[in-house]
Design a protein around this ligand. Structure first.
Ligand SMILES: Cc1ncc(COP(=O)(O)O)c(C=O)c1O
Length: 386
């Protein structure tokens, strides 16, 4: 497999390519499996954080995860269509979402309010399929989930629906706003709200088997947040928002050099001539731009690895093209492979570097790689290729 991986990376590619390292995902999943006694839900939304939802789901399930989590029903159904049988939770749908299809496919649904509860009950009655739901309490995001003021009413309505027989409360969920900052007092506030929400649910007669609050950061930093299940997305793909744990990055983005040009000192490059060469130099053109996920905001600081050397991007990253300054003695030729980001072991920039240059987070970089970029995958760690 190492030979296969080397071939994939050494052969001059003809198109930009995103190589997904599923062994990194496997190792990360095992780390989370070992970090908690709770069940591990693999969050595979946004096409598996840009790593391929099915590949991420299968790899995580094979390495200790036992649930899958996504936002919409539309993200859940392909998992079932591909034959995955693990429980799947979909937590973000409009009130007129496709609940009938979700019930038919045995997809659990999160319920953030009475309107959703009524819509899901109606779908259950219409299809004759019992709904499996997770009541969602807003534990401090002011985003999704029922506000504490409405929580008691929601729990009582859910219990009434259970008694009617087409509705089962499988879980209660919350989400922490500041888990990436383990010392932030908002974390204990969120935990306390969640504990209160569970008490209210129990007092309403509900017996949710799954109680889940923690995502990657809280799972790594605060066992008090684990309850019966943790929901892990970023961590599976090597991103630790808390910055406490070393995880394995799972992506390498490469692009062949399309052409080389020699220019004089003082040459303006790209739109607006924001980059001007300071010496006579060689410029390499890559056929990757912001439509492919290279953030335009990173233009000023970004670098890529070409022919073993870090070279700066010069001028603005445009929609389809990026120009790299090889320097006067830079030796790359058309067809050579530039590494935009990777694990970093060979000196190439990392996803974290790109996030820093673009003043964003790693999540935005990995989920932003466009559909034009060809996807490949390897099953041996990218780290071992040097
Ligand atoms: C409700 C919910 N749970 C879990 C996750 C996974 O979080 P993380 O990627 O930090 O593991 C997300 C992602 O944003 C989410 O929205």
């Amino acid at each position: 497999m190492k030979a296969l991986a080397s071939t994939l990376l050494a052969a001059p590619g003809t198109v930009p390519e995103l190589c997904v390292d599923l062994d990194a995902v496997a190792a990360n999943t095992r780390l989370f499996r070992a970090a908690t006694d709770a069940d591990v839900m693999a969050v595979v939304k946004a096409d598996g954080f840009g790593h391929g939802a099915l590949d991420l789901a299968r790899t995580a399930l094979a390495n200790g995860a036992s649930w899958l989590g996504v936002t919409s029903v539309a993200e859940a159904l392909p998992l079932r269509a591909a034959g995955l049988r693990a429980p799947v939770l979909s937590w973000l749908n409009p009130v007129d979402g496709d609940f009938a299809s979700a019930l038919a496919a045995d997809v659990d649904l999160a319920i953030p309010g009475i309107e959703h509860l009524e819509a899901v009950c109606a779908a259950a009655r219409a299809t004759g399929r019992a709904a499996r739901v997770h009541l969602h309490l807003d534990t401090g995001m002011a985003r999704d989930g029922a506000s504490p003021a409405l929580w008691g009413r929601l729990c009582r309505a859910a219990r009434r629906a259970e008694r009617q027989g087409t509705f089962r409360v499988i879980g209660v969920m919350g989400h922490l706003a500041c888990a990436d900052l383990p010392g932030d007092p908002e974390n204990s506030t969120g935990r306390t709200r969640f504990a209160w929400g569970l008490d209210v649910a129990r007092a309403s007669g509900l017996r949710p088997a799954q109680r889940h609050l923690a995502a990657t950061a809280a799972t790594l930093t605060d066992p008090r947040s684990h309850h019966t299940m943790v929901r892990i997305g970023a961590g599976l793909v090597g991103i630790d928002p808390s910055g406490t744990t070393s995880l394995q990055p799972g992506l390498r983005l490469t692009a062949p050099v399309v052409s080389i040009r020699r220019v004089r000192a003082g040459t303006g490059v790209g739109y607006g001539h924001t980059g001007i060469t300071t010496t006579a130099t060689r410029l390499a053109l890559l056929s990757l731009g912001y439509a492919d996920g290279l953030p335009r905001a990173a233009s000023a600081g970004a670098e890529v690895l070409v022919a073993g050397r870090r070279c700066p991007v010069i001028g603005r990253i445009s929609m389809d093209q990026t120009v790299v300054d090889l320097g006067p003695t830079g030796r790359a030729e058309p067809g050579d492979l530039a590494t935009v980001f990777g694990p970093g072991d060979d000196g190439e920039p990392t996803v974290a570097d790109w996030a820093g240059w673009a003043n964003t987070i790693e999540h935005e970089i990995v989920t932003g790689i466009g559909a034009r970029v060809r996807r490949t995958r390897i099953a041996k760690p990218l780290r071992s290729l040097s």
